[in-house]
Design a protein around this ligand. Structure first.
Ligand code: ADP
Ligand code: MG
Length: 423
């Protein structure tokens, strides 16, 4: 770790300080103990800004780079506010997340921070039998975390009630909208008590998210911790120009050169992910693929093994890769350039967690020059060109021949020059 790692939660130095930021927030002794056990010595900037506001009961909309501790930012105020003496019949807090993996991850973070209190925390998500989750819900739950579709299933079967909800959280709101959860989210939000507090989180705040927030939140306070540069700046970001049929060989060479501790290799489609996973597994060990066509059981097992470090190369689709937090990830490889710019931000955000250093490589075929430019405009930063001799693309990227960029930023001129040099 270099000097840049002093950003965010400073790990080593905080031990010598007296009152930590968390202590100054008026948190309970139980919570401070749980935080210490979790190794959270200092709040991250979004935690420092958001927790006091959330504890006042204000609706908040938090935008921050990935890996900056948004989960604890909403989990801490909720856990501190739960009524534990006279518990209402239904859950007191509901958290909506876009994917099954995130449901599990958010639940685990809640459980970690709930150390020392008897909060009942349940995750519900598709791919697991409804029955078992229904039993868990019936036995009593204080915080329910789930994907919108599955939460609606439980509502429909009346195994979940929402009349005692005091907090609603929309995590990764932009992603939930992207993958078509909007009608489901609105159905759930409409059924929540009006008196609830709502918190919305997103690494990016595109207009549809803001509209949703306006409609279902009360004068939300926006806390924006992603000024300008929305990707984590401890991540070095490179691209390669490569012909499509040479991508696989380039990947092998790159992995050999980089020798990653752990890497996620992103592909655009489920089929492509499966195929690349199989192909890679014939050449390297500790390879697995994860995508939406796999059984939930398999997905859970792959994620667990990845977290344990037993899988070194994880080939994944965007949906599954989103929000994954594994601190050992040193490399992100965009084998297929992401279709949407925001996906780039999220993919790359899987590394460089909590100030650790990471590196991201994006493979760009000659037809994809424009997409790369769009990404660079979105993150307001140029990717550096990398090269492995013998793997340069031989055809000219189309971006050069096409019309100028919508808003002609200087970045585009430099892009063109760099492409020319590459050819
Ligand atoms: P985000 O939702 O913003 O992408 P996460 O909530 O997944 O980020 O947190 C990223 C990582 O940082 C997790 O491993 C979490 O345990 C850790 N973390 C969160 N808050 C702190 C803190 N205050 N100090 C140290 N680590 C933290
Ligand atoms: Mg998150």
């Amino acid at each position: 770790m270099g000097s840049r790692s002093s950003r965010g939660a400073s790990r080593g130095s905080a031990e010598t300080e007296k009152a930590s930021g968390f202590e100054a927030m008026g948190l309970s002794h139980t919570m401070l103990t749980a935080l210490a056990q979790a190794g959270y010595l200092e709040p991250t900037p979004i935690q420092a800004g958001l927790i006091p506001k959330a504890m006042e009961g204000v609706d908040v909309m938090g935008q921050a780079k990935t890996g900056t501790g948004k989960t604890a930012a909403f989990a801490i105020p909720i856990l501190e506010g739960l009524e534990m003496q006279k518990r209402p019949p239904g859950p007191q807090a509901i958290v909506l997340v876009p994917t099954r993996e995130l449901a599990v991850q958010v639940r685990d973070e809640f459980i970690k921070l709930a150390a020392g209190r008897k909060a009942r925390i349940v995750a519900v998500y598709g791919g697991k039998p409804l029955r078992h989750q229904a039993d868990q819900l019936r036995r009593g739950v204080d915080v329910v975390i789930g994907t919108p579709g599955r939460l609606l299933d439980h509502l429909g079967r009346r195994t979940l009630r929402l009349d005692s909800i005091g907090w609603a959280v929309l995590d990764e709101a932009d992603r939930m909208l992207d993958i078509g959860f909007r009608p489901d989210i609105e159905k759930i939000l409409r059924r929540l008590p009006a008196s609830r507090q709502t918190m919305l989180f997103s690494a990016t705040l595109p207009p549809p998210v803001v509209r949703l927030a306006r409609r279902y939140m009360r004068d939300p306070l926006t806390l924006d911790y992603s000024p300008g540069d929305i990707t984590v700046d401890t991540i070095d970001q490179y691209y390669f120009t490569v012909d499509p049929e040479r991508k696989f060989d380039l990947l092998l060479r790159l992995l050999k050169r980089e020798d990653p501790r752990q890497a996620i290799i992103f592909c655009r489609t489920r089929r492509g992910t499966e195929k690349l996973g199989q192909r890679l597994a014939r050449r390297l060990s500790q390879v697995a693929a994860i995508h939406g066509d796999l059984l939930q059981r398999t997905r859970d097992r792959v994620m667990a093994r990845f977290r344990e470090g037993k899988i070194r190369y994880l080939v994944a689709t965007d949906v599954v890769g989103r929000g994954i937090d594994v601190t050992r990830i040193s490399h992100i490889i965009n084998y297929d350039i992401p279709e949407f710019c925001d996906d780039y931000v999220h993919r790359v955000g899987r590394t460089g967690r909590m100030g650790a250093e990471g590196v991201a490589f994006t493979f760009v075929t000659p037809e994809e020059g424009n997409q790369l430019t769009r990404i660079e405009m979105r993150i307001n930063r140029l990717l550096k060109r990398d090269e492995i001799p013998g793997f340069e693309a031989f055809t000219e990227p189309e971006a050069i021949r096409e019309e100028p960029a919508p808003e002609s930023k200087p970045v585009f001129g430099r892009r063109q020059r760099r492409y020319r040099r590459a050819l």
